[in-house]
Design a protein around this ligand. Structure first.
Ligand code: ATP
Ligand code: MG
Length: 450
């Protein structure tokens, strides 16, 4: 049962409020002076305060009320406070509401309105407290992650990224192959670096091969090495990347581009650590931790006969799947701030445009947009226009890629709070305006909302 503290020197007012609120299932604490009120606040678990503006007979300035309000703010910054005002204090009360008081009610008050206000504010307060407790727990988890592992300065705020980074750190120590999947520019290489620096072979070499950047007929020579004369143009023996990575990590980027012949050899090294250079019969043995990455749909390639199924299962013992940036919109702001690096200031229009954009090029696209904006902006202020993002029609945006999970989360939160937007927003950790914007974007009706 929520507890309301009433601070008023008029005992009749106190009694009337006590009866009224108890009738509506609130617990009530009474205090006849500001000092007494602050003492009760200190001792009891209070959900809301109703306070008078004047406490000594003959004063009407409201100064005592202001002082009390400020004292409450000091102790409990988030405490909802309703001011009870005579008409003489109206201007002061309006000022206090601007300064953060929850509401004011003129004396004599309307019982129904008072009860509704108290109920809304206590419910809102509870969900806000719960949301901030969840947020604090997440922050603790995140800083524990940062303390324990080297995260290579990776920036994220979303829960999905937190889970992914946490898994990457956990599996880094085990000597198992890892496959990192995700669209272009989503940060696959970043994750590979995190795996490497937190692995047991972090002191060993870290070698990267981009299978997409090499002509197909050279990939095998690049990976496994070649003896002189093994192929046209090979006039001296060359060491392959597997040899170079011995005792360390080999990052095979764009693994989907590895031809079938190379795939077979790769499977053998993964299973036995053995291979031969091209043109050689001498078997070599290495110990290499393989991390691979791709934005290709490997299961589809398997169905088309372009990727070996046995290799796939070997590579993706642990699969770390990076969501596109559009599905972790909470990451956009911190990433943008990170890329601006204090060289300019992003204004509200810039943030709104960034949140609305779908980022097909993911973080790389965001980084480039921000870099360009830093150069183009005037007076160190980046607005939406400086970012040069296309403005798609709302209808196409909605149908293309707004993640389903977000819609569900929002709709569920709205349902839980009977459509009270402010309460749902508090639970989701969003401002009311931000929630409205998202609802508008997703086409969620606000008609059930109050
Ligand atoms: N979470 C992050 N925090 C900070 N910078 C990031 C983050 N993720 C990616 N970046 C930066 O974004 C750019 C693209 O990331 P990265 O190269 O890792 O993506 P990728 O998935 O490997 O892309 P591609 O598919 O094109 O190879 C890089 O400059 C990288 O440093
Ligand atoms: Mg990459």
């Amino acid at each position: 049962m929520p507890t309301v503290l009433v601070i008023d020197d008029n005992s009749q007012v106190c009694t009337a409020l006590e009866v009224l609120l108890q009738l509506h299932d609130f617990e009530v604490q009474l205090a006849g002076s500001p000092d007494e009120g602050l003492a009760v606040l200190d001792e009891h678990d209070i959900d809301l305060v109703i306070q008078d503006m004047n406490f000594t007979a003959d004063t009407t300035s409201g100064e005592e009320g202001v002082a009390l309000f400020n004292a409450i703010r000091e102790i409990e910054p988030d405490m909802p406070v309703i001011l009870l005002t005579a008409w003489t204090d109206l201007a002061t009360a309006v000022d206090l509401v601007r300064a953060g008081a929850a509401d004011y009610l003129g004396k004599p008050w309307d019982d129904r309105k008072l009860v509704t206000t108290v109920r809304n504010l206590t419910e809102l307060g509870r969900s806000r407290r719960e949301a901030s407790a969840t947020q604090r727990a997440r922050q603790r988890q995140r800083s524990a992650l940062r303390d324990r592992y080297d995260l290579r300065g990776i920036v994220f705020a979303s829960e999905s990224m937190e889970r992914l980074v946490s898994t990457a750190c956990q599996v880094a120590r085990a000597d198992v192959p890892i496959l990192i999947t995700g669209p272009n520019g989503a940060g696959k290489e970043r994750i590979a670096e995190i795996v490497q620096v937190n692995s047991s072979v972090r002191e060993g070499p870290f070698i990267t091969v981009n299978c997409g950047a090499l002509p197909q007929d050279l990939i095998e020579a690049e990976l496994f090495g070649a003896e002189a004369g093994a192929y046209t143009g090979a006039n001296k023996a060359r060491e392959g990347r597997f040899e170079a990575a011995d005792g360390g990590t080999l990052f095979l980027d764009e693994i989907g581009n590895l031809p079938l012949g190379g795939q077979m050899k790769l499977l053998r090294v993964l299973e036995t650590g053995q291979f031969e250079r091209l043109g050689s019969t001498r078997t070599r043995q290495v110990k290499v931790r393989v991390v691979s990455a791709t934005n290709a749909d490997l299961p589809a390639m398997i169905r088309e006969g372009r990727f070996r199924e046995d290799l796939y299962y070997r590579l993706n013992l642990i699969e770390l799947s990076l969501p596109p940036l559009a599905e972790r919109i909470e990451d956009v702001e911190p990433l943008a701030e990170h890329f601006v690096a204090g060289r300019a200031r992003l204004d509200d229009s810039a943030f709104a445009a960034m949140r609305a954009h779908l980022w097909p090029g993911n973080i790389r696209e965001l980084k480039n947009a921000v870099e360009r904006a830093v150069l183009l902006c005037r007076d160190g202020r980046i607005s939406a226009d400086d970012l040069g993002l296309p403005r798609p029609a709302p209808a196409t945006r909605r149908s293309v890629a707004v993640p389903v999970v977000e819609r569900d989360t929002i709709e569920e939160a709205l349902q839980r709070h009977d459509g009270v937007i402010s309460a749902a927003a508090a639970e989701l950790g969003l401002s009311r305006q931000a929630l409205y914007r998202r609802m508008e974007k997703l086409g969620i009706e606000a008609d059930s909302a109050r």
